[in-house]
Structure formats: structure tokens, C-alpha cells
Write a protein that binds this ligand. Structure first.
Ligand code: AGV
Ligand code: CA
Length: 327
């Protein structure tokens, strides 16, 4: 498989949350990354909102030619409607309303089929970055296992290994992270797929709450991009001040991994298993006796380094986000 060493080809699958949308902005800010496609999982969002915000961000950054595909596969454990509606604020902000989205790049295929179609013909191996449930990719791998050869690695925001989860539901014991819980079977399929997986679980993201100190640091930049990011995040601070409701730089950390120096993160390797039943559906736990599969996960981070990296990327003008050399 052809591999270009100084550039990273990425398919970005997100689920339309506020930090998913900011992750798209962050990913597009990285000079060494070529975003080859954006796919949407209809999980922690309403898909029409997620698509509209995605297209507007692509227009704002001069990336209207990147293909976008919306998924139609859903997991069994829906997100609360309040959370799904929250990112509607993003495409309702002045800078987002002013920019006209274009729809010529929206695929007629659902996201999982687009992934199969794209990867089958791809001459390069790609990184699949996912910041929502992994349902689209699990379906794609199921439909066409040979696409695994085109996947260099998967970087996935999901799971909770040595820390408690963030699911607080009536039939759950609180051990799972939401992306893993939404579609526990897909999580199980991903972990056991044999594809190289780097999880970015709550173990690492817990160090990065969206708090006033971070928002103040970001606000000091005072540019078009940093102000838009600050406005998106400001919409998250009305949450109940409890662990399960607090907003973290979840997806942002998973995305930042694509550009951070390796000194900023600690990666652990081990055998992980996934529960697909109540009361711990979606729990990603250290497996005993050959039960699980070997994956890697980010177990801790240098939080200051991550925050500084994100803020410095968001200090760039939108004009610096346009791909020059996608071939
Ligand atoms: O579990 C974290 C994942 C991330 O992909 N999502 C939100 C991020 O996009 C689900 C989630 C957990 N707690 C939440 C979430 C909250 N308080 N509000 C909205 N979404
Ligand atoms: Ca997400």
C-alpha cells in the first residue's frame, strides 16, 4: 500500500456534537492532514443539523470539495434529545448563518456504503478518525472486510478503561462511555476487527474539562476562528455541574492526537473486552484470559500542552485551513 510519509490521509466520522464540529475545524487546521471525506453518525445530534453545520464549516474554510456522507444506521441506546438538539446553536450563530453551504459534495450513499466505496478504490491507506459511535465503520467492515487493508489505523474517541463511564441511565451501572454504549455491538466489532485501534477514552479526556480558565485562555486570542470556537463551547456551560453532564475536550483530544508531539500523550497497550449486555453494555474493560483483543489507548495527557496546541491552531485565520494540495 502506497504511503506518503509526511502527510496523513484521514476520513473523519463524527456525530455532530459541539466538540465534533470543533474537531472538524481543528482537523482542517492541520497542514499535514488531508481530509478525504467526512461521514456523519446520527447519534449525539440530529443528522440534518450535523450535515448543515458540517457543510457550513467546509464552506467557511474553503473545503467545499471534500465529500460528505450521512449515516442511516443507529445503535439501540439513543442519546437524550436535549443533547441531540444542543449543537443546533452552532449553525445558528452569525458567522455560520452568513456563510452559504454547498451541497454538491454530499454523497447519495449512506455513510457506511460511502466508506466501502471510497476505501475499495483508495490508492493510499488512511486513518479513520471517529468522534462518535463507531457504527458506520463497523457496518462497512462487516459488508466488505477487505477494506481493513486500506485502514492504516483507527483513532476513536470512546471507552473508559480504568475510570468510570459517563452514562447515567436507568438500566445501566455507569461503567460505559456514551459513544461505546450507543451501539455496544459496533464497539465490540471495532475492538475485535483486527484493525489497529487507538482509543481516546475518558481516562485521558477527564483531564480536559471545558472550564472558565480554558475559555478565558481561548478568548484572549480574539480572532475569527477562536471566537467562533469560544461561542460554540459557551453553549455547553449551562449543563448540570456533575461529572455525567460536564463537557470535556473529548473529541478535541482525539483529533489533536493527529497533530500533537508524542510527548504530549501516554499510550498504553493491552487487551480490552466490550460488554454487549445490561447492566454494563458498552463497558470497555481490561480483559482476562484471552477474552479480549489487543488495542492501544491514550491513558493520560499533558493537559497544558493539549490546550496550548488547540488554542494555537485556532489562532490561525480561516484562509490557512484550505487544502492546497489534495490530489
Ligand atoms: O462521551 C463523550 C462523547 C463525545 O464524542 N459525547 C460527546 C462528545 O462529542 C457524548 C456525551 C457525553 N456526555 C455528554 C455528551 C454531555 N454532557 N453532553 C453532550 N454529549
Ligand atoms: Ca462526539
Amino acid at each position: 500500500m502506497q504511503k506518503n510519509n509526511d502527510r496523513t490521509a484521514v476520513i473523519f466520522d463524527h456525530d455532530g456534537g459541539i466538540d465534533d464540529l470543533l474537531s472538524l475545524v481543528l482537523l482542517l487546521s492541520m497542514d499535514h492532514v488531508d481530509v478525504l471525506g467526512v461521514t456523519i453518525t446520527p447519534a449525539d445530534c440530529y443528522p440534518d443539523d450535523a450535515l448543515l453545520s458540517t457543510l457550513k464549516i467546509l464552506s467557511l474554510t474553503g473545503n467545499q470539495s471534500i465529500p460528505v456522507a450521512v449515516g442511516n444506521k443507529v445503535g439501540p441506546n439513543p442519546f437524550p434529545p436535549d443533547w441531540r438538539a444542543q449543537p443546533r446553536v452552532c449553525h445558528s450563530m452569525p458567522a455560520m448563518l452568513r456563510v452559504e453551504e454547498t451541497r454538491g459534495n454530499v454523497s447519495a450513499l449512506p455513510a457506511d456504503e460511502w466508506m466501502v466505496h471510497f476505501l475499495k478504490q483508495s490508492a493510499v491507506s488512511v486513518t479513520v478518525l471517529m468522534t462518535g459511535p463507531c457504527t458506520n465503520l463497523a457496518h462497512a467492515l462487516d459488508a466488505c472486510p477487505s477494506i481493513a487493508e486500506k485502514i492504516d489505523r483507527v483513532v476513536w474517541m470512546g471507552g473508559a478503561v480504568d475510570v468510570k463511564g459517563n452514562v447515567a441511565m436507568h438500566d445501566h451501572d455507569g461503567t460505559a462511555e456514551w459513544n461505546a454504549y450507543w451501539d455496544p455491538l459496533a464497539t465490540h466489532q471495532l475492538i475485535s476487527s483486527g484493525v489497529s485501534v487507538l482509543m481516546v477514552p475518558l481516562d485521558a479526556t477527564n483531564a480536559l474539562p471545558v472550564n472558565r480558565a480554558f475559555l478565558t485562555q481561548l478568548a484572549k486570542v480574539g480572532t475569527e476562528v477562536s471566537d467562533l470556537a469560544g461561542q460554540f463551547w459557551a453553549a455547553t456551560v449551562t449543563a448540570i455541574p456533575a461529572y455525567e453532564f460536564t463537557y470535556f475536550l473529548w473529541d478535541i483530544l482525539a483529533t489533536a492526537v493527529m497533530g500533537l508531539p508524542s510527548s504530549a500523550i501516554t499510550v498504553t497497550s493491552g487487551s480490552i473486552a466490550v460488554s454487549v449486555q445490561t447492566p454494563n453494555a458498552g463497558e470497555t474493560y481490561r480483559a482476562a484470559n484471552g477474552e479480549g483483543n489487543t488495542v492501544q489507548w491514550v491513558s493520560s495527557v499533558d493537559a497544558d500542552l493539549v490546550r496550548n496546541y488547540v488554542i494555537s491552531q485556532f489562532s490561525r485565520p480561516f484562509s490557512a485551513f484550505t487544502a492546497e494540495n489534495v490530489s
